[in-house]
Design a protein around this ligand. Structure first.
Ligand code: RIB
Ligand code: CA
Length: 323
């Protein structure tokens, strides 16, 4: 049986790859996509999500728009650096044709609550964006904590942040929401932080191979990841020249082949104070907290396995590209 999942996204160049992998892999059933404020205002994230699904011929997958701001910080200060990074790595609109399909009338939070209340099969929840929708849904309907069998989160960092020296963007953008999720008591949380995604780099050479597939997914992968590589080379160079992390897609690859990442059981807490470390995931790697682990954290990833999973999947997207 295919593994069912819901993606929660702030599309976003790497969210786009996660959506394509989840929509196209034969072992997965992407039942719905929810959008949230993050890389851009939520309306842009929704449009971009629809653009990706239209482009790969998967417009039947429903898209539900969610929260347009964090759950607690109305006027969360957005440092110049963060703006600079997001605007460059993602921009407002993906470089794909304008969407022809439309979002659903139901809001993302209502969709999450209704879907899990009615679910008869397990549906993995994969948030790869600020956790505002997820926190709002479980606050409104605490039963979801038991109804959601697994949460795979792209977020957090131990060694270094990306939006600040200490914090990764998804957690930093709504720290209170992240604290709600990590403390909720879910049966299974897998956290995929920058420590793993920065080891699963996609290179410019890979992008040429994706382009050469001649499929919409291969072309879109080359467009969005080529853009990411250009920006990373300028303002956040990776260990491998002309490469970039594709953070969100690594969470989906993990559902296809769990061995693409290496995890350990750790206690993770989120700093919601207003200091230097706001939004930091404090990962208790030396068991100093005296608290039980609350999630599996990935500290390593297999880049070549990651790329080959995407290459094999995108090669099969044989629709004729409109563009
Ligand atoms: O820090 C990386 C994360 O922030 C990714 O999910 C990216 O899409 C942005 O949301
Ligand atoms: Ca994202």
């Amino acid at each position: 049986m295919k593994k069912k999942l819901i993606l929660d996204v702030d599309t976003g160049t790497d969210d786009a790859v996660a959506i394509m992998l989840a929509a196209l892999h034969e072992d997965l059933d992407l039942v719905g996509v929810t959008t949230v404020n993050g890389n851009a205002e939520v309306e842009y994230c929704t449009e971009n999500t629809l653009r990706v699904l239209d482009y790969i011929g998967e417009s039947s997958i429903p898209v539900f728009e969610g929260l347009d701001k964090p759950i607690a910080r109305e006027d969360f200060p957005v440092p110049r650096r963060q703006d600079d990074l997001l605007e460059k790595i993602h921009g407002k609109f993906l470089d794909l044709p304008e969407a022809t399909s439309r979002k659903q009338d139901t809001s993302a939070v209502e969709y999450l609550i209704e879907t899990y209340r009615a679910a008869t099969d397990p549906i993995t929840l994969v948030p790869v964006a600020p956790l505002s929708n997820i926190a709002a849904a479980i606050r409104l309907e605490p039963k979801l904590i038991k109804l959601i069998p697994e949460v795979v989160i792209m977020g957090g960092a131990h060694y270094t942040g990306n939006v600040t020296p200490s914090a990764e963007f998804n957690i930093w953008a709504d720290p209170e929401a992240a604290a709600v999720v990590f403390n909720a008591g879910f049966e299974k949380i897998t956290m995929v932080p920058l420590d793993a995604t920065h080891k699963a780099l996609v290179t410019a050479g890979d992008c040429e191979a994706f382009e050469a597939l001649g499929t919409p997914a291969g072309k879109a992968m080359s467009i969005v990841t080529g853009h990411r590589i250009g920006v990373h080379d300028k303002i956040q160079r990776m260990d491998i020249e002309r490469s970039a992390p594709v953070h969100d897609a690594l969470c989906v690859a993990h559902l296809i082949d769990p061995s693409v990442i290496t995890t350990g059981d750790y206690r993770v807490d989120v700093d919601t104070a207003n200091g230097l470390c706001v939004g930091r995931t404090v990962i208790d790697v030396r068991e100093r907290s005296g608290k039980e682990p609350n999630c599996k954290v990935a500290f390593d990833a297999d880049a070549r396995k990651f790329v080959s999973i995407m290459m094999e999947t995108f090669a099969k997207n044989r629709l004729t590209a409109e563009a």
